[in-house]
Design a binder for this molecule. Structure first.
Ligand code: ADP
Ligand code: MG
Length: 289
């Protein structure tokens, strides 16, 4: 158990709408019997079309929502037990889609210091953490600027620094790049990968961008509140037809290799990078000669 950062078992979550008398008007089962686990230090990507339940699932991991049925453990702590709440919120930090809603202070370093201050961290240590976190996301030189002047990617990196300064063991990012341009996306994803590799922070990344997924240790695909596929990026993207059935894309290179195969070439399934495609193609061409 203690090697697992997140353990989700038979999780069901229903949004229940009631009228003013408290009678149930409608029930929407957003999570429908989901089980999976994530090891400490893993980088896991969650894919799924709109409405498949990704955000609802993410909110269970830092106890914003509680299971209707089943259980969620974060670093061995059951989210249903009130006494664990504080600890869970410190263990799992959340980064959301819109950086503007996450930045509160008028100076970058104050914003990053806000989280640890709330946790009661001594002032001196707050400044150490702020500096370390801003450095880690490559934003130290902006420490005394106003967040208003930053690009979307920079704001999102500040938001990530704010979470890091609380020193969580796990970060859940819910479509952190959805509102960013390609440069901003790259900045944020490489920041998250560094955190994972250098600080061993467990990462749960929810995204619509397939090129952000290829670095993950594990990919979880959701549809209609259920986990429908689980595996390494290569395993998942080898199953092109199935992926498309869930209204998702595959990385462009994977798609190209897939189409080339349909056109008669014999490339291995699940090609993820241009380098892999070039290597496989040149082998093929040598065979033809
Ligand atoms: P995703 O993040 O994959 O787009 P969500 O977790 O936001 O999916 O939504 C899953 C399902 O739950 C959808 O059917 C959505 O309409 C519903 N849902 C999400 N939030 C609420 C809410 N606050 N009240 C009622 N239904 C909701
Ligand atoms: Mg969502």
């Amino acid at each position: 158990m203690d090697r697992e950062m997140i353990e989700v078992k038979n999780l069901v979550y229903e949004y229940i709408r009631r009228d003013e008398d408290g009678n149930v008007e409608s029930i929407n089962r957003a999570i429908d019997n989901v089980s999976f686990h994530i090891k400490k230090g893993d980088f896991v990507a969650i894919l799924g079309a709109n409405g498949s339940g990704k955000s609802t699932l993410a909110k269970h991991i830092n106890a914003i929502l509680y299971p209707t049925e089943g259980s969620v453990w974060v670093n061995g702590l059951n989210t249903l037990e009130d006494k664990n709440l504080w600890n869970i919120r410190q263990t799992a930090g959340m980064v959301f889609k819109n950086p503007d809603n996450q930045i509160i202070a008028t100076v970058v370093e104050e914003d990053v210091g806000f989280g640890p201050e709330n946790l009661g961290v001594p002032t001196e240590e707050i400044w150490e953490r702020v500096e370390k976190s801003l450095k880690a996301v490559g934003m130290l030189e902006y420490r005394s600027q106003s967040p208003n002047k930053l690009s979307g990617g920079q704001k999102q990196r500040v938001a990530i620094a704010g979470i890091m300064a609380m020193m969580p063991q796990c970060i859940v990012l819910d479509e952190p790049t959805a509102m960013l341009d390609p440069n901003g996306r790259k900045e944020v994803i490489s920041t998250v990968r560094e955190l994972n590799r250098k600080e061993n922070v467990t990462v749960l990344l929810i995204t619509h961008h397939m090129d952000e997924v290829i670095y993950a240790d594990k990919v979880i695909v959701m549809e209609h509140g259920q986990v429908v596929m689980q595996g390494t990026p290569r395993e998942i993207f080898s199953r092109v037809e199935e992926i498309k059935q869930y209204r998702l894309d595959v990385p462009q290179v994977t798609e190209l290799a897939y189409e080339l195969n349909k056109a008669g070439l014999d490339l291995p399934p699940g090609i993820l990078t241009i380098e892999e495609l070039v290597e496989s193609l040149s082998k093929q061409l040598k065979n033809v000669k």
